[in-house]
Design a protein around this ligand. Structure first.
Ligand code: BMA
Length: 380
């Protein structure tokens, strides 16, 4: 029996080696949607594809900017992170937010100065982490917030009365994205995630606020403008839904393979973890299969449990889902205030369990990611 098992294992290993790609070769479909993407952007995407199945990268929004300290907030401390304080390592993925950049504001809608965000992104890149950027932009039609649901997309499309204002917004975002440079002046690759949660109806770009054709058109215009007019070739584009029932539902507003690199969705746990688990199981299954069919990178673009009141949530709810459906990364939202936070901080109810989540071989934090040198070395 023992001998048989050894032989079977050897045969399986040989089959794997036979089927494996030549070393250093990019996996099928791992080229960015932007044909002119920089060499590092290409390498990053190919490496992220290679990492799928080896562990899910843990991400946290605004991680280095602020956090929670004994019921109060800390802000702007150098090299501080609630995730690092609890787990001993930085996240592998850092999320940053550009809302209010379109207004030429010095700070984003959550009060973080853009100059600091640029510095954090440079630090994330230098330490070999992955950067993803969201944009809760104000409504260009009426000047209200991203959460205003007046019909707008039709007015900002080319030829529309508010198109010029929207282009002005994009120009500011483009200037910022173009200013993200590494130590040698090279463009820092980032995952840009515009118009997120569009299958819901709480933002002006939501499902009930525009037609599928309008949504695709504004997406294609936006990505095309940044890449072709503004010559930004450091962008990987994330298409990120909220709830969806079927594959057709998920793809109803998909702008096409030439306009996305990452396919994801956002989902949050509420007081009924069983319901969350069932929904995630279904949606992650669909996401992984849709991503495979389109040769795109699957990601849980936002996830979490506000206030993490369940002390075992990380290893009992989230981890089994990620182990069953390997995606590239799972990004938890910001530690915004002592009652609106998604990562634990020292003393928080789920801190001990989060440490176990960090120690799992199924998760990747920066302690594991940094040594892989994602931006300069093809992964083996
Ligand atoms: C939301 C909340 C808001 C915040 C916004 C953009 O989900 O965290 O407080 O302003 O994201 O970061």
């Amino acid at each position: 029996m023992k001998m048989f098992r050894t032989l079977a294992l050897a045969a399986a290993a040989a089959a794997l080696a036979f089927g494996a790609r030549a070393q250093g070769q990019a996996p099928a479909g791992a080229l960015p949607a932007d044909p002119a993407a920089t060499a590092q952007t290409k390498l990053l995407l190919a490496n992220l594809h290679r990492l799928v199945g080896r562990g899910v990268m843990f991400g946290h929004q605004d991680d280095m900017a602020y956090g929670i300290d004994q019921g109060k907030m800390w802000k702007g401390d150098a090299n501080r992170s609630d995730v690092k304080s609890v787990a001993g390592a930085y996240p592998a993925v850092f999320g940053w937010e550009l809302g209010h950049l379109e207004l030429d504001s010095a700070r984003n809608l959550d009060g973080v100065p853009f100059a600091r965000i640029r510095g954090y992104i440079q630090q994330d890149y230098a330490q070999g982490s992955v950067v993803t950027i969201s944009w809760h932009l104000n409504n260009p039609h009426n000047g209200k917030t991203a959460w205003d649901t007046a019909r707008t997309v039709q007015y900002i499309l080319p030829g529309g009365p508010d198109h010029a204002r929207y282009v002005g917004y994009l120009d500011r975002v483009a200037a910022f994205l173009g200013s993200l440079k590494g130590a040698k002046g090279e463009a820092i690759p980032v995952i840009f995630r515009p118009f997120h949660e569009h299958t819901g109806s709480w933002f002006w770009w939501g499902q009930k606020e525009c037609t599928a054709a309008e949504f695709k058109a504004i997406w294609q215009f936006t990505v095309g403008y940044l890449r072709d007019q503004k010559k930004l070739h450091n962008l990987l584009i994330a298409y990120s839904a909220s709830d969806f029932a079927t594959e057709a539902d998920y793809l109803e507003r998909y702008p096409g393979d030439a306009y996305a690199d990452v396919l994801g969705f956002d989902d949050y746990c509420g007081p009924d973890p069983a319901q969350f688990k069932a929904g995630m199981d279904r949606k992650l299954g669909l996401l992984v299969s849709i991503s495979r069919a389109h040769h795109k990178l699957p990601a849980l673009t936002e996830v979490g449990y506000d206030g993490v009141p369940d002390p075992g949530w990380w290893t009992q709810t989230l981890l089994p889902l990620l182990e069953k459906h390997p995606v590239s990364y799972a990004l938890t939202w910001r530690n915004g205030d002592p009652v609106h936070f998604f990562a634990p901080y020292p003393g928080q109810a789920s801190a001990a369990d989060f440490k176990k989540f960090f120690q799992s071989k199924s998760t990747i934090f920066n302690s594991r990611l940094g040594p892989l040198h994602l931006y300069t070395q093809p992964l083996k």
